[in-house]
Design a protein around this ligand. Structure first.
Ligand SMILES: Nc1ncnc2c1ncn2[C@@H]1O[C@H](COP(=O)(O)OP(=O)(O)OP(=O)(O)O)[C@@H](O)[C@H]1O
Ligand SMILES: [Mg+2]
Length: 322
């Protein structure tokens, strides 16, 4: 199996080669990071006034290893937030297969691809689901963002800014990690890292945390660890403790343990029925675990969110400079 961390390092190397960067200079300088609250004040004010004071909290869900439960967590977490009365959008940032809509049995006519191609406005592609959440369908065209010209980019940002009407935006980063996804993770309010108790998943989770920590300023980054498919609290705690300890020891990085999700046959049953498990079986162990996780995230609010528009502005400004 190819080491995920090595793959990411290769992406970073290529990026640096392409931009003429050398050595260990961070890809994102501390003062450029959108979640740097001291620098972000001006933008926070301007973007919040443009949206009538409403600010979206951005949560990315990512993992080192594929198939560990990102899409299930993203979708079911979104539903749990919606049940708390929040307006939630799930954005599928998967560059390949469009997972989120498959899990919800939705065949979207349009995706981000059409927005990038200026064939559609984002509010036209936002799909309201029967579950009270909205989704933005992913597309392989998402990777074309990097190739946009300045005007195109600006228009696209203006489009995406309309998503800021949401209270919560959950970004499912999909399988595999590209440089765009890393930028998303680095600029979000909460970076949820998900692993299973499998040694390979744990190693890859550490790999992705390490690569983010070595390439970005992580001072204000809220890493939150979720252990999926655990047999119980003790097993999950053991996995989390190990990861948190090595992240602290070797990366000097604080990772919070958000909680765990039980390994539960109801999950794959729900996936087969193309329904979120929280709808399929609200009282199953996995559903109760996700509700618990969401309550913990909700209690632990970021001090100040830079907002989705502001995050994207930083993201694109950076891409432009690179
Ligand atoms: N808590 C759980 N209990 C039992 N099975 C689970 C659980 N979580 C995930 N699974 C199984 O793992 C499969 C993959 O989950 P999911 O699609 O959410 O992973 P992913 O990380 O999004 O995958 P990818 O990397 O391909 O995008 C599910 O279809 C389900 O069968
Ligand atoms: Mg997925």
């Amino acid at each position: 199996m190819e080491d995920q961390a090595e793959k990411l390092r290769e992406i970073m190397r290529q990026k640096k080669d392409a931009t003429g960067e050398t050595g260990s200079k961070p890809a994102v300088k501390p003062q450029e990071k959108s979640s740097d609250k001291s620098r972000g004040n001006e933008r926070v004010q301007s973007s919040s006034s443009a949206r009538g004071g409403r600010q979206a909290r951005i949560i990315t869900v990512t993992s080192g290893k594929g198939g560990v439960g990102k899409t299930n967590l993203s979708v079911n977490m979104a539903l749990a937030f919606a049940r708390m009365g929040k307006k939630v959008v799930v954005m599928d940032a998967d560059l390949g297969l469009a997972n989120v809509n498959v899990m919800l049995n939705i065949i979207p006519k349009y995706s981000l691809y059409h927005v990038i191609k200026k064939q559609k406005r984002i509010r036209e592609i936002l799909v309201e689901t029967e579950y009270g959440i909205s989704i933005v369908a992913g597309a392989s065209g998402f990777s074309q963002i990097a190739n946009m010209g300045e005007d195109e980019r600006q228009e696209f940002i203006n489009e995406l800014d309309t998503l800021s009407n949401a209270d919560i935006i959950i970004i499912d980063t999909g399988a595999g990690v590209s440089i765009n996804v890393l930028d998303f993770i680095a600029t979000a309010d909460d970076a949820v890292i998900i692993t299973t108790p499998e040694p390979t998943a744990i190693t890859d989770a550490y790999g992705i945390i390490k690569i983010i920590a070595s390439e970005y300023d992580t001072l204000n980054m809220g890493f939150k660890l979720v252990v999926n498919r655990a047999k119980g609290a003790a097993e999950a705690r053991g996995v989390a403790d190990r990861l948190i300890k090595i992240a602290g020891q070797f990366l000097n990085l604080k990772v919070d343990y958000l909680g765990f999700i039980y390994d539960d046959p109801a999950v794959s049953q729900a996936v087969l029925r193309q329904k979120p498990f929280i709808v399929h079986d609200p009282k199953c162990k996995a559903s109760l675990s996700v509700q618990h996780l969401v309550e913990r995230i909700d209690k632990n609010k970021p001090i100040e969110t830079a907002g989705f528009g502001s995050m994207l502005k930083n993201f694109f400004n950076r891409s432009q400079r690179d």
